[in-house]
Ligand binder design. Structure first.
Ligand SMILES: Nc1ncnc2c1ncn2[C@@H]1O[C@H](COP(=O)(O)OP(=O)(O)OP(=O)(O)O)[C@@H](O)[C@H]1O
Ligand SMILES: [Mg+2]
Length: 420
């Protein structure tokens, strides 16, 4: 192993773990991603192994796992032995073995992807709770064939968002997993649970952040790495569907934008409102950190063109900038109690989310009420995972005050009639 590679002790035995399915899960900052990137680089360097590294959403791959693996290459002092091609999403070692990247949402690419030499021996799915069971089944199939001497591995890494998740049902069934367990090993399946306490490279500030988490759910999942049990979720009135065939019929456009840059993402909700059925269709989204308004504007325009988008009026400068860049962005006034009012209104609708809108699904799944110290629910939402939800609220803000009746708020006419 190159001398610069320093691996957290807890992961060391897993460098040559040969189990068919491998799960690395647990709390935030426990070193999962860094270790799996290190292992990937070392495996490919050793030869005989090609990796396919994926996440559900292709556009998130480059900013996360692709960078993580390049960082592992640099930190190991191996830059000279790997050639990285970001636009193709391929990293090639001088020995001919490769690391390939793809989003599971790009089914064609997933089906056709092949390394230059040998077969894909390893698949690593980062943030695997974003995936559907079928996609994982396809990946397992995809790995059939090739040289039987090299064990094939499918590795899933994630934070344990909630116990009702299909990954828990499939791999952690009570016979395999007790809540206080940290390891499980069989030839077919290995599970390792880690928390920030297993990561010897964290700063005191990082630790304090995690230790200071007050909300029980977020503490369980992100500090302690336990499968979350959601008590009082705010939205139960939603489901996922495949909306692709319906988009052409969507005419009553309502779009909302929540600004964000570094710690919070910019979030755009692209929706259609079926007033008669009180049904909101969230059929497209943007959810991304680090976008300046210059970079945000084309992303918005590619999704909604010249339609209006309703934003937080507390950011007039950003709204003006977006307008200068050709986005029809409008501020919405947030009255007293507008958050609660907006939530209550949304609760009275049916919300249908397109399968590809992962951020909307994630947020609707976990957005929940705060509890007091005795465990009683307060009518205050926990201020986390609410960016797409806020964007949706902005799109429908002020519903009670008249423009619920406006048809197509995304259009110029709709926008004008709102003020009449
Ligand atoms: N082997 C290592 N060498 C140096 N630094 C490390 C190592 N492992 C982890 N770290 C540091 O700890 C941080 C958190 O690790 P990592 O991102 O792998 O955690 P994670 O378990 O993937 O967290 P999350 O669940 O939030 O995705 C890294 O950003 C890095 O700064
Ligand atoms: Mg990670």
């Amino acid at each position: 192993m190159p001398s610069q590679v320093v691996i957290n002790d807890v992961y060391e035995p897993h460098l040559d773990n040969a189990a068919r399915v491998q799960i690395f899960y647990g709390g935030s900052s426990s070193g999962k991603s860094v270790f799996l990137a290190q292992r990937c680089v070392l495996d490919v360097l050793q030869g005989g192994r090609n990796y396919l590294v994926c996440r559900q959403v292709g556009r998130t791959v480059r900013k996360s796992v692709y960078n993580e693996i390049n960082k592992a290459i640099n930190d190991a002092g191996l830059r000279g032995l790997f050639d990285a091609n970001k636009s193709d999403g391929v990293i090639t070692c001088t020995n001919g073995y490769q690391i390939l990247f793809a989003g599971l949402d790009d089914t064609e690419k997933i089906k056709s992807i092949t390394p230059e030499r040998g077969v894909i021996t390893d698949v690593w799915v980062e943030e695997a709770t974003e995936t559907e069971p079928d996609a994982i089944k396809q990946l397992l199939k995809r790995q059939r064939g090739g040289d039987e001497a090299t064990p094939k591995r499918l590795t899933l890494s994630f934070n344990p968002i909630y116990k009702t998740h299909w990954i828990y049902q499939t791999y952690f069934a009570p016979t395999v997993w007790a809540d206080d367990q940290t390891q499980y090993t069989s030839p077919d399946l290995s599970i390792l649970k880690t928390t920030y306490l297993d990561n010897q490279f964290l700063t005191a500030a990082d630790r304090a952040d995690l230790e200071n988490e007050q909300d029980e759910y977020y503490r369980d999942v992100y500090t302690l790495g336990k499968w979350g049990v959601l008590g009082d979720v705010i939205f139960k009135n939603w489901r996922v569907d495949d909306l692709i065939g319906m988009v052409n019929q969507f005419t009553n456009h309502r779009n909302g934008l929540d600004f964000g840059f570094s710690s919070d993402p910019a979030a755009l909700a692209v929706t259609h409102y079926d007033k008669a059925r009180k049904t909101i269709y969230i059929y497209d989204e943007l959810y991304e950190r680090g976008l300046t308004n210059d970079a945000l504007a084309p992303e918005i325009k590619s999704r909604i063109g010249k339609q209006y988008v309703y934003c937080d009026s507390a950011e007039p400068k950003s709204i003006q900038e977006l307008n200068n860049l050709g986005v029809n962005a409008v501020g919405v006034k947030k009255g007293k109690d507008s958050v609660l009012f907006g939530i209550q209104w949304l609760q009275q609708q049916t919300i249908i989310v397109d399968a590809k809108c992962i951020a909307a699904r994630n947020e609707l799944g976990v957005y929940h009420w705060k509890k007091d110290k005795d465990g009683n629910s307060l009518r205050i939402p926990v201020d986390k995972n609410n960016h797409l939800i806020d964007a949706t609220r902005y799109a429908y803000e002020d519903m009670g005050a008249g423009w619920a009746d406006v048809d197509d708020l995304g259009s110029v006419e709709g926008y004008r009639s709102r003020w009449q």
